[in-house]
Design a protein around this ligand. Structure first.
Ligand SMILES: Nc1ncnc2c1ncn2[C@@H]1O[C@H](COP(=O)(O)OP(=O)(O)OP(=O)(O)O)[C@@H](O)[C@H]1O
Length: 579
């Protein structure tokens, strides 16, 4: 963990240095602004010690003009700072978000099995926001504040070294307290991001699974889980608030002590002794305020930077995850695909030492339909996942047209892949958009052909808006069978060479069922298809049936062959046929 921390140095190298021109402009602006801020306190001395006692009207006019001008300069500089740096920071946030999202999509399926999607949403959207404080005004203010503090210090020492040193004692005390508080706050902030992500993740799941929750009357339980999540968040915020409160109240006291207590006591004494003029006293007071303000501000900026670095730590962790592309090993570009797939002694485990597939070997010839049947948990989806390159064999080999699939460039292979899964992924939008999703630039004819092949027009013709009907929250609700047909139309349009089909288990009425059968027959025509089959009609038509039991192929052959041997398949078949 520790070596993965985004150090200030690293953040400087990767985020600030590439934008050094901008940061430099920002610094220049802040230096001008801070220089202008010294005009008022310095002019005070002339005002009180020279102009007023000597009734110097001419000098008064000039001084007033200079002071007004100095404030105008400060106002303009502050406007430009926001304009230049804050906007650039926001631009960078959107750039980073896009990068992180791209990286997340490039991660292997396994990563998603183990990570809540809500947590990822939080990583992509919130964690990168910290950049704002690095490149935005935060850092520049920190530097500007330091400059102001140092210049003020020099001016203060010039007026009265004794008084300056005395006021320093409480200031140093404050600095020590602030540093201690940061040490406590940083891990708290880091945890906050994590907790936030977890709570959001669970909430997303809860809302997504609302039917199951209501169906099992589990609202109360979910509410409890959420409550404990928000409580963790509360405890975390509480901790950081306590640390912040210690800092704020000690700053109030110690800085008050420095500015007023010591100043009034010691300064008043010196004035009475004639060692300090009224003008010098006021100049000192204002300069002290100029020095102290950035110190207080810095503690604020410090916590912002701390939060920023904590967020970037988490972003960095995500960016370091290995993507599935694996350019070093996946060097074979697949430029055309026939569709012969061969499994040679393939074994696979999701978790170490828990092999779920053992020595699977079979051949799928181009255009074949391979039906995977067997009891739940036997390994059917895992085989389909391997054929789709969502998973990679631990031993053995899968070849496509003689090429090792583990060495194939994923994008070049997946161009030829299509999937129709049970939980059809339809998003909010029109039916047309959902079908065009894999090939947004398909022609109207291609779209029409796909719609026909999947019998989507059979129900869209009845809608006023036809294919442009909105589905989801703002449009019509579709039946299970209709959703399946949209998913099938999408796959027809994608025109894959290899098709992974997870047949829906839901029972449809006979008419819907017949339409789905027909559209599936259309879809699988001429494509190497792996189907996790639940329909006898699909299974009977398959070129090859693999009966999977406990991660092994128990039986293999056509329907007739397997019926003839009266084994496992025969039992399954006769059992299903009876129902
Ligand atoms: N992401 C995962 N992590 C760990 N184990 C998994 C994962 N997915 C599946 N498994 C395990 O692998 C085995 C095979 O699962 P698989 O999903 O391939 O079975 P299946 O035959 O498709 O089942 P079903 O018909 O119920 O969908 C099961 O024992 C399952 O518990």
């Amino acid at each position: 963990m520790a070596d993965k921390k985004v150090s200030i140095l690293k953040a400087f190298k990767t985020i600030i240095w590439p934008r050094r021109n901008l940061v430099f402009i920002g610094l220049l602006l802040i230096v001008i602004s801070k220089a202008a801020s010294f005009v008022a306190p310095i002019s005070l001395r002339y005002f009180l010690d020279d102009i007023v006692p000597n009734k110097n009207y001419d000098f008064l006019k000039i001084l007033v003009a200079i002071v007004i001008f100095s404030f105008l300069v400060q106002a303009i500089m502050s406007f430009l700072l926001t304009k230049v740096l804050s906007i650039q920071a926001q631009f960078m946030i959107s750039e980073l978000r896009a990068q992180v999202q791209k990286q997340v999509l490039a991660l292997p399926i396994r990563f998603f099995d183990n990570t809540k999607s809500g947590a990822l949403v939080s990583r992509i959207m919130s964690d990168v926001e910290g950049v704002r404080n690095l490149i935005g005004t935060g850092l520049v203010q920190l530097v500007g504040g330091t400059i102001t503090a140092v210049v003020s210090l020099i001016l203060l020492l010039r007026i009265s070294p004794g008084m300056t040193l005395l006021t320093f004692i409480p200031l140093i005390l404050f600095a020590v307290i602030a540093l201690k508080a940061f040490k406590i706050i940083r891990p708290v902030f880091r945890d906050r991001g994590k907790i936030n992500a977890e709570v959001k993740g669970r909430l997303t799941e809860t809302l997504g699974g609302i039917r199951v929750i209501k169906g099992f009357n589990a609202e109360e339980q979910e509410a409890k889980v959420f409550e404990s999540g928000v409580d963790r968040l509360y405890q975390n915020v509480k901790k950081s608030l306590t640390a912040t409160a210690v800092m704020t109240s000690s700053s109030t006291f110690l800085l008050g002590l420095a500015t007023t207590g010591i100043m009034m006591g010691f300064g008043g004494y010196k004035m009475m002794q004639g060692e300090l003029t009224t003008g010098e006293y006021f100049e000192f007071t204002f300069l002290l305020a100029l020095m102290v303000a950035p110190i207080v501000q810095m503690s604020n900026i410090g916590s912002q930077l701390t939060e920023a670095l904590a967020g970037l730590d988490r972003t960095e962790e995500l960016m370091n995850e290995v993507t599935e592309a694996d350019e070093k090993n996946r060097t074979i570009q697949i430029s055309s695909l026939k569709g012969d797939m061969l499994f040679k002694n393939v074994s696979f485990a999701y978790e170490e030492d828990k092999e779920v597939l053992h020595n699977i070997s079979f051949e799928a010839k181009s255009g074949d339909v391979i039906a995977l049947v067997g009891s739940s948990g036997s390994g059917k989806s895992t085989i389909a996942g391997l054929a789709a390159t969502f998973l990679n064999p631990d031993s053995g080999q899968i070849t496509i047209d003689g090429n090792d699939l583990a060495k194939a460039d994923l994008t070049s292979f997946r161009k030829y892949l299509g999937v129709v899964l049970q939980d059809d992924f339809l998003f909010e939008g029109t039916i047309k958009e959902n079908i065009l999703f894999p090939r947004p630039n398909a022609t109207e004819e291609e779209l029409k052909a796909a719609v026909k092949a999947a019998y989507v027009d059979e129900f869209t013709d009845r809608f006023d808006d036809g294919l442009d009907t909105l589905i989801g929250e703002r449009g019509v609700k579709l039946s299970g069978g209709q959703r399946q047909r949209i998913a099938i139309a999408r796959a027809v349009l994608a025109n894959p060479r290899i098709l992974i089909l997870d047949e829906a288990t839901s029972n449809l009425d006979t008419e819907s069922e017949a339409l789905i059968q027909k559209s599936l027959a259309e879809l699988t025509k001429g494509r190497t298809t792996f189907v996790i089959a639940h329909r006898l009609s699909t299974i009977r038509k398959a070129n090859q049936i693999l009966v999977i039991e406990n991660g092994r192929i128990a039986e293999q052959g056509t329907h007739d062959e397997l019926i003839a041997i009266e084994g496992r398949y025969y039992n399954l078949f006769t059992y299903q046929a009876r129902i």
